[in-house]
Design a protein around this ligand. Structure first.
Ligand code: HGY
Ligand code: MN
Ligand code: MN
Ligand code: MN
Length: 412
């Protein structure tokens, strides 16, 4: 059984986090490790070499998810999974995703150092394209693994340059042999930074994550007409950007109508032809809403297309809305959540229960496997920002809780 005398190596953990952060490092101290790019490949290769140096067997599935396996004493036991993602936002932080993967690596290293052979096997996972920034589907790898996104649909998704997921996956050599579908597993634990301000504001070291809030995402496209900025009078304009601006304002109003729990964002906007003296003939943009109450997401998912349609009709321009995905509030497994709670208590770490505002691979994995998450604070609650920052002691505390929870589950 695990005990608080068994420790992970906080310095080794931090050094590996910094070594991973070198891959795709940006001048402002963040990372750009966009999924399925050569930089993502470099991060994957570094992760693979670290795993293989520990004697872990690494396999890759058809959507590029990486599984590094450590055998247990009892080959009949189902594996305990842990992990997160190494891909980042275009201008992301060093710790979003990477903390969960590198902490899992530290758990494996510590089990080797302590000569612990667990009853159940343990697998460390790097999920493909958690961010969704390049191909528009967040939680893509875990979603394909969990059967939420059909593989052929995911393979056909394209980025703004028309490169498909399948092409990008093949180009970096990570279209793996293993099937991208759920295999039986005993549990999944994901350590992640909170990406919000609550733990820091309350002086808590650990978030006992009980679930993650509901979300709905669309792609939007408005078709107008390119025209000369100098010669085209208002009555003749079909300005797609002005129409989009009114719909973007609608998203913001719908969010604020829901108070401090409201979340409505347009983060991606492409203006075509994007030339200063051409009336924009086409605009593409993203729309997403999130809310802790699934019923509210259902209301938003009905209200937004209706009201955006009214605006488009008023502009006299066609609006194409494509719903990309929607998921309800995802509760995590009470037994696994309790292991996180017990570990934090045993370690004397001030903790509180929390529902995740961000989406995580754990959301889709939880559909097939008993799942829980562990949060650690991040400075000013800032994330999806190059200034994202945590303290080494916070990384160490989160990793120690992961170690205790995984060990307890693997030896139960
Ligand atoms: O969007 C999200 O919630 C995640 O951080 N990618
Ligand atoms: Mn993340
Ligand atoms: Mn993220
Ligand atoms: Mn996530």
């Amino acid at each position: 059984m695990s005990g608080t005398n068994q420790r992970i190596d906080g310095k080794r953990l931090w050094d590996s986090l910094m070594a991973m952060a070198e891959i795709g490092a940006t001048p402002k101290g963040g990372v750009r490790r966009l999924t399925l790019t050569e930089v993502d490949k470099a991060g994957r290769e570094r992760f693979r070499s670290w795993c293989e140096a520990l004697g872990l067997a690494v396999r890759v599935d058809a959507i590029g998810n990486m599984f590094a396996r450590r055998e247990g004493r009892d080959p009949d036991r189902l594996p305990v999974l842990m992990g997160s993602h190494l891909d980042s936002q275009p201008s992301g932080g060093k710790f979003d995703g990477a903390l969960g993967v590198i902490a899992g690596l530290e758990v494996m290293r510590s089990l080797n150092d302590l000569n612990i052979q667990t009853e159940a096997p343990i697998e460390l996972v790097n999920w493909t394209d958690e961010e969704g920034s390049r191909f528009g589907h967040s939680l893509m790898g875990s979603g394909a693994w969990a059967g939420v996104y059909p593989l052929d649909k995911v393979y056909g998704l394209q980025d703004v340059d028309g490169v498909s997921v399948e092409q990008a996956l093949t180009a970096i050599g990570y279209k793996g042999e293993a099937p991208a579908k759920p295999f039986p597993a005993d549990a999944y634990f994901e350590l992640h930074i909170e990406q919000g301000p609550i733990l820091e504001q309350e002086g808590k070291r650990i978030g006992i994550v009980t679930g993650a809030q509901a979300q709905v995402w669309w792609d939007a496209r408005i078709l107008g007409q390119d025209a000369h900025a100098g010669t085209t009078p208002p009555s003749a304009r079909k300005d797609a950007l002005v129409c989009a601006a009114r719909i973007i304002d609608l998203v913001d109003r719908m969010m604020r109508a829901r108070g401090e729990d409201g979340r409505g964002t347009v983060g991606f906007l492409q203006v075509i032809p994007n030339s200063r003296n051409v009336v924009p003939g086409e605009v593409r943009f993203s729309v997403e809403f999130r809310h802790p109450d699934t019923a509210e997401i259902e209301r938003l998912a009905a209200q937004f297309p209706r009201e955006a349609g009214f605006i488009a009709r008023d502009c006299g321009l066609p609006l194409e809305l494509t719903e990309l995905f929607r998921f309800p509030l995802q509760p995590f497994d009470a037994g696994c959540v309790d292991l996180v709670r017990q570990a934090a208590a045993r370690l004397g770490l001030p903790a509180r229960e929390i529902v995740s505002g961000a989406g995580h691979d754990a959301v889709y994995v939880a559909r097939s496997v008993p799942t829980a998450m562990i949060f650690t604070p991040c400075k000013d609650g800032l994330s999806h920002n190059e200034a994202e920052s945590i303290e080494p002691e916070e990384a160490e505390a989160g990793c120690q809780v992961l170690f205790e929870a995984v060990l307890a589950r693997a030896n139960r």
